[in-house]
Design a protein around this ligand. Sequence first.
Ligand code: OSB
Ligand code: MG
Length: 375
Amino acid sequence: MTIEMEYVILRHLQMELKAPFTTSFGTFQTKEFILVEAVDRDGVSGWGESVAFSAPWYSEETVKTNWHMLEEFLVPLALAEPINHPSELSKRFAAIRQNHMAKAALEGAVWDLYAKRSGVPLHQPLGGMKKEIEVGVSIGIQPTVDDLLRAIERYVAQGYRRIKVKIKPGWDVDVIREVRHAFPDVPLMADANSAYTLADRERLKALDEFGLMMIEQPLAADDLVDHARLQPLLETPICLDESIRSYDDARKALDLGSCRIINIKIGRVGGLWEAKRIHDLCAECGVPVWCGGMLEAGVGRAHNIAITTLENFTLPGDTAASSYYWERDIIVPEVEVHRGLIRVPDAPGIGYEVDRRQVERYTQFAKVFHRPPTA
Ligand code: OSB
Ligand code: MG
């Protein structure tokens, strides 16, 4: 089935989070992002969402660098000639180094279009079989430990399957001790977003006594070597997030022993196809994976749900309900979570309707790119 795109629309959206979200690298209150709509010659639309943030805190990409890469390089490449399968795009984009979130946003729109044209839900061509997926929540750094305990109580009561707590130096061992004391049995993990170095090994080792499922990205965002030194010192499995940007990074991390679990984010690794390749590699190596989050709106959430249906996504992901972050999401229905489970939609494509009225409401500016007459 050939995809013949007629035009691509890039929209710049801005949405307010319900509450500020704080990590070791900064606080989010407003989410700015690019929504990609790829429209074919019959007027069918596919949707993708860029997960790049306003500032280069998590990685070097930003909303503006993504817009630049999409406008100048990626959208023209995608429109230059018809596409036989969305996996071709990784090859077409290979001449452009990195910029994975920009690539993933456009590839995601083409995947949705491809699945809609094929009349199947997006998880099917990816090879996902699960009918429902397990999810947890990621809780940002709070003003006080009491605030954190109250938040955890609320999400445990809602049935979320695991609690992830953000940590940083000064908000770590003592906080986790109190959480463990209040919730002795809750599946718990901590995410440091690169806030430590090997010099903090004793501090990180002190977390071993709390039976965490894993500690996510303790060391530098671009590191595999120091993590490989740290992992044998800890009983707690290390999970890598920022450090895994490709299949080859995953292969090297597993070879070095830098981690025992991988957080897969579609945007960080450059798209659904690369995410699937990393999943398959980890499955072969007996390494569990889970789907991370980037405070996505509905379109990004829908893509996360589709990839999480693959069988080796055995640990609960960060794809919480739309209402966890948003007063009103841009999809209908919104993503709902019951007893920590999301029912995987089976309508064609991403399986949720994009609510154009809401998209309009949140859009600050947009630009349309037409295919060249020769394509
Ligand atoms: O490290 O997983 C992360 C949010 C922003 C940037 C990085 C991360 C996060 C989260 C929240 O932990 C994930 C989510 O709920 O979308
Ligand atoms: Mg993380």
